[in-house]
Design a protein around this ligand. Structure first.
Ligand code: NAP
Length: 309
């Protein structure tokens, strides 16, 4: 069996297209475009790429994107003061603080910052108020990556209700909200993590398997029920030639790519899973573009909710 590839770029383009009329209507009514404030602390190379893509996508969709940078040695107080200014600004409808934050800010920094963002502007959906609403099934702003996965499933007509779903990973930003969104759509959901015994057997019970752990090629065919849908959320940069050759066949285009560049972006799912799964989201070109599309959608939703009735 060769899995159907779930093209995240095409779905992301359709979502971005669908928000354009709302962006134009908002801009006409408010006299300004929806505004997204993005805060980037330091110069983490992956974060630089993610933020650049978010700024570009937002600008192309007609949003006003305000990138605010702080140096890597900025204090947590300085970051919280910036968030507070963006909360008070009329022109910023959405606020996103790119993680990870520099480790010098302390272990609880990300939580403190997410807690400080006005829930009405929390386009990442990480504020406890929005998490609570998500758990109760009445979320207004939902975390972008899991809601992008739901879009990927529904737009590909993959049924969720009545299926068994397994989510590998239990982070606040992906695993837990992912499980909640699947549960709300009537899947029977199991969440796995690093202490789960016999993980391959649990995973192999899934009709829908979502992996969000950040371990290159961790999910092998032994984890996959034949015909299952496999969604690969993981993104890792591989620079080790022995890992690249474990993942990609001799003579394959991906291995040639690695040899040329010295690195390659990979997911959690081993490419050989394509022989077992019924449908598979690729990395790159799967969930990543959807995350950005859902961020734009959330920004427009937040902007519309701030308009006076
Ligand atoms: P995270 O906060 O580091 O959480 C990783 C989770 O994976 C944890 O729950 C951890 O279990 C679990 N885990 C780690 N190793 C495991 C193992 N060997 N077996 C079973 N479970 C294991 O990561 P995250 O922020 O959720 O991100 C996960 C991945 O998704 C990363 O690769 C990240 O880059 C990617 N990501 C992609 C997008 C996108 O747009 N496509 C967006 C966000 C994140 P414990 O809790 O037991 O430690």
């Amino acid at each position: 069996m060769t899995a159907r590839l779930l093209d995240g770029r095409a779905i992301a383009a359709a979502i971005r297209e669908s928000v354009l009329p709302d962006v134009h209507a908002f801009t006409a009514r408010a006299g300004r475009p929806p505004g997204l404030g993005i805060v980037l602390v330091g110069e983490d190379p992956s974060s630089e790429i993610y933020v650049r893509n978010k700024v570009r996508a937002g600008t192309e969709s007609g949003l006003w994107v305000d990138l605010q940078r702080l140096p890597a040695d900025a204090s947590l107080d300085a970051l919280l003061a910036l968030v507070s200014r963006l909360n008070a600004s009329d022109a910023h409808d959405g606020i996103l603080v790119q993680s990870p934050l520099p480790s010098a800010m302390g272990k609880s920094a990300a939580q403190q910052v997410f807690d400080a963002i006005d829930p009405a502007k929390d386009v990442d959906g990480f504020h406890p108020v929005n998490v609570g609403r998500l758990v109760q099934g009445r979320a207004h702003l939902m975390p972008c990556t899991p809601s992008g996965v739901i879009e990927m499933l529904t737009r590909n007509h993959i049924p969720i209700g009545g299926t068994r779903a397994v989510v590998i990973g239990r982070s606040e930003i992906v695993g837990k909200p992912m499980a909640m969104l699947l549960l709300q759509r009537d899947a029977t959901v199991t969440i796995c993590h690093s202490k789960t015994p016999d993980l391959p057997a649990v995973a192999a019970s899934a009709d829908i398997l979502v992996s969000a752990i950040g371990r290159p090629g961790f999910v092998t065919p032994a984890f996959v029920k034949p015909g299952a849908t496999v969604i690969d959320v993981g993104i890792s940069t591989v620079t080790d030639a022995s890992i690249a050759s474990r993942l990609f066949a001799e003579g394959s285009a991906r291995l040639a790519d690695f040899t040329r560049r010295g690195s390659v972006i990979v997911g959690d799912v081993h490419p050989s899973v394509a022989d077992v799964a019924g449908a598979l989201s690729p990395v790159p070109g799967g969930v990543g573009p959807l995350t950005i599309a859902m961020l734009l959608k959330n920004t427009v939703t937040a902007a519309q909710a701030r308009l006076p009735v």
